[in-house]
Design a protein around this ligand. Structure first.
Ligand code: GRF
Length: 196
């Protein structure tokens, strides 16, 4: 299967947390949307606000328990297949997926990371940026590969790092850009304009 599909795409969002990126994807790709629609939200945290947000929006939300990575991935893979998902978006999903899963979803699995990759990969990206003393940071939406935040970048958006910034103030500034970058990256992939 390749993009463009010639029909509205079916999107899944995989999230563990508060789900603000999910909210921006839902707003851009609502049920019945012409380009794409979010048809499924899944995550390993049963009480994650992201799952509640999806249900409020009338989108199916499934808790997929994380007993082992293999178990989680097998169930998630089956769920995505069952729902006919074309593109899966990790949005605040706090686990690392295996090469098996990433290989199966090659070119159809995206992630958002709060730094200008390849800088500041992994955990505490804002802390890393502040410790390094950079004058700008930002966010990256990228294809997921078997590494941590190493896949091909699709969209980046930049913000200044301001005097007196804390991890919180910088995170807030970057998050606003994530909400713009993620839908933009999804559109580029669906139109076949950026390939893995
Ligand atoms: C975002 O900053 C994202 O870059 C990071 O986790 C955060 C998720 O936020 N991977 P939200 O759950 O989408 O609000």
């Amino acid at each position: 299967m390749g993009f463009p599909l010639g029909r509205p795409a079916r999107l899944a969002v995989i999230a563990s947390g508060r789900g603000s990126n999910l909210a921006s994807l839902l707003a851009s790709f609502p049920p019945g949307g012409p380009e794409a629609e979010v048809v499924l939200v899944a995550g390993e945290k049963e009480r994650a606000p992201a799952l509640a947000r999806a249900r409020e929006a009338g989108v199916e939300a499934v808790h997929v328990p994380w007993d082992t990575r293999e178990g989680f991935e097998a169930r998630l893979d089956e769920l995505l297949g069952d729902r006919g998902v074309d593109l899966a978006c990790l949005a605040g999903f706090m686990r690392v997926l295996s090469p098996w899963f990433v290989g199966r979803w090659h070119g159809r699995l995206l992630n958002v990371h709060p730094s200008l990759l390849p800088k500041h990969r992994g955990l505490h990206a804002h802390r890393q940026a502040l410790a390094e003393g950079v004058s700008e940071s930002g966010c990256s939406v990228h294809f997921v590969d078997a590494g941590v935040d190493t896949g091909k970048v699709i969209v980046q958006r930049r913000v200044p790092v301001l005097p007196g910034d804390t991890e919180e103030t910088l995170a807030e500034r970057v998050l606003r850009e994530e909400h713009v970058a993620y839908p933009e990256a999804v559109r580029l992939v669906l139109r076949g304009e950026v390939r893995p």
